[in-house]
Design a protein around this ligand. Structure first.
Ligand code: NAP
Length: 329
């Protein structure tokens, strides 16, 4: 996840309010709603020369989408069709709360069988998916627990059509060199959860032969993993070392998985889920409105929509679920 720190928010806001047209003309990502939909449907990741990129400045991105009445961005219902996942078996990590829970809820509403791998369960979740479909007590940093859970999932039910790696963690304070707030333990923890976590889960799914022939492995990552976008989103500030490094590591692991697993028929998609109003982003409440933060039920549809578009054609790409456009590495 990446959010503009205060100084760049002000800069972004001025840009967005006083000069939207300039941002629109500079950015290919703020094209019309139709264009965005076409672009997401025709992404050809193997040919990055053709790629259309999303915009780094979140305030400008959201302002331009509003200015252009970009339906794909502002109203996911205009493109969302859950029929594609009806009858599919979908594993969601961290599906007990936040965005993960909303993904579970949406997929169940669409007629999917949802299996949840999480640390702690709750009654609401078990009522929704069935107690037998919740594999709790599994921390994604615990290799043996993940492997054991995946073996049980395989032996308890059929093959998984989708694996949605949603579990993640963002250390609360902003880490900086200049105020001596670097926390190396927390950095390693974030890398363990956000980068190694999806790798452990996907590897365990492959090793235990839990996947359907054309399974889609989806990794919910963050735009924070884009090195290129740090020059805008962390301009003159830096900071948040652990979280942002963890997502960059997550992304390169995703690309390597895409290359390794293509011949087996499995695709790997990295998705930035947009800005969602969850516990994780409560520290950014003051910028929820200006940066277009959505309810996690909307974020869930955005993620599922992108998951449905994932295939061997676009395997190994990094997509912004807000507009369906790619994010540069
Ligand atoms: N919200 C956003 O705007 C945003 C933006 C960019 C990316 N993301 C990514 O989207 C995902 C969901 O975010 P969110 O906003 O829903 O966050 P959240 O409300 O903080 O929920 C995080 C989820 O991850 C689980 N989790 C954390 N550490 C875990 C571990 N070691 N093992 C297993 N599960 C673990 C949590 O389980 P417990 O209940 O056990 O803690 C919880 O289910 C995360 O990967 C996040 O990085 C979110």
């Amino acid at each position: 996840m990446m959010f503009l720190r205060q100084s760049s928010i002000v800069f972004g806001f001025i840009a967005a309010t006083s000069n939207v047209a300039a941002w629109v003309s500079q950015s290919p990502s703020v094209a019309s709603a139709n264009r965005a939909v076409v672009s997401s449907a025709t992404r050809t990741p193997t040919s990055l020369k053709m790629a259309e990129y999303s915009t780094a400045d979140q305030v400008a991105r959201f302002a331009a989408a509003q200015e252009e009445k970009n339906e794909r961005f502002l109203n996911i219902d205009s493109v969302y069709n859950g029929n594609e996942i009806m009858g599919k078996r979908i594993l969601v990590t961290g599906g007990n709360r936040g965005l993960g829970y909303e993904i579970v809820k949406q997929a169940v509403a669409d007629g999917a069988t949802v299996i949840v791998m999480c640390r702690s369960s709750n009654d609401e979740l078990e009522e929704l998916v069935g107690k037998w479909n919740v594999y709790s007590g599994i921390d994604v940093t615990d290799t043996e627990a993940v492997k054991g859970g995946m073996k049980r999932i395989k032996s308890d039910g059929g093959a998984l059509d989708y694996v949605i790696n949603n579990a993640g963690y963002f250390y609360e304070p902003c880490e900086k060199i200049t105020d001596s707030s670097l926390n190396f333990e927390e950095q390693l923890k974030q890398i363990d959860i956000c980068a190694l976590g999806p790798l452990r889960v996907n590897a365990a799914a492959v090793e235990s032969k839990a996947l359907a022939d054309d399974a889609k492995l989806v990794i919910i990552t963050s735009q924070a993993g884009s090195a290129e976008w740090r020059k805008v989103q962390n301009k003159d500030e830096g900071g948040d070392y652990g979280h942002h490094m963890s997502r960059a590591a997550c992304n390169i692991a995703g690309v390597l998985q895409a290359e390794e697993l293509r011949s087996m028929g499995y695709s790997v998609l990295m998705v930035h889920p947009g800005f969602n109003r969850t516990e994780m982003t409560a520290k950014y409440k003051h910028i929820w409105d200006i940066e277009g933060a959505v309810e996690p039920s909307v974020g869930a549809k955005r993620v599922l929509y992108e998951a449905m578009q994932s295939s061997l054609e676009n395997t190994g790409t990094f997509v912004n679920a807000e507009d369906g456009l790619q994010i540069p590495w």
